[in-house]
Design a protein around this ligand. Structure first.
Ligand code: RB5
Length: 145
């Protein structure tokens, strides 16, 4: 059975979210879309928090999120103790985010990547595997609570 992916964006990421959602559905993934649902101006935390909770509680295996720069939604996601959200603008960064950081959210800067670039970044993230070992030791030291 294919994994379930949580998705979220603000208005600036809405078009890219729709396009990537369609791509992921075609690949057979189940997508839980936490919004937003239009290009009308909105606040990214309203969509980031529910998506983060879905990954934290196991409803989704991981997440894909975007806003204009990616910064606002990444900062919000990373307020959750169970989330490691990585802002990636090149495929190499996305692969390393999984291999070294076991990132459970891929975050994209929607206003700074084309559709083709976003697909390349997404595929690099999907195909990469966490390497464990010394990287697991480091991840275990991230929490400050
Ligand atoms: C929206 O204009 C923009 O501020 C937002 O998408 C994001 O870039 C914030 O970090």
């Amino acid at each position: 059975m294919m994994e379930t992916i949580a998705m979220a964006s603000d208005h600036a990421g809405y078009t890219l979210k729709c396009a990537l959602k369609e791509y992921l559905n075609e690949k057979g993934y189940n997508v839980l879309d936490f919004g937003t649902d239009s290009e009308e101006s909105c606040d990214y935390p309203d969509y980031a928090h529910p998506a983060a909770l879905a990954v934290e509680n196991g409803e989704a295996a991981f997440g894909v999120a975007m806003c204009g720069t990616g910064n606002g939604i990444q900062i919000t996601l990373n307020k959750h103790q169970g989330i490691r959200a990585a802002l990636c603008w090149r495929p190499e960064l996305a692969a390393l985010a999984k291999e070294h950081n076991n990132a459970n959210f891929l975050v994209l800067p929607a206003r700074f990547v084309s559709y083709d670039e976003a697909i390349g970044i997404l595929n690099a993230y999907l195909e990469a595997k966490f390497e464990g070992g010394r990287h697991l030791r480091r991840i275990d030291k991230i929490s400050c609570r």
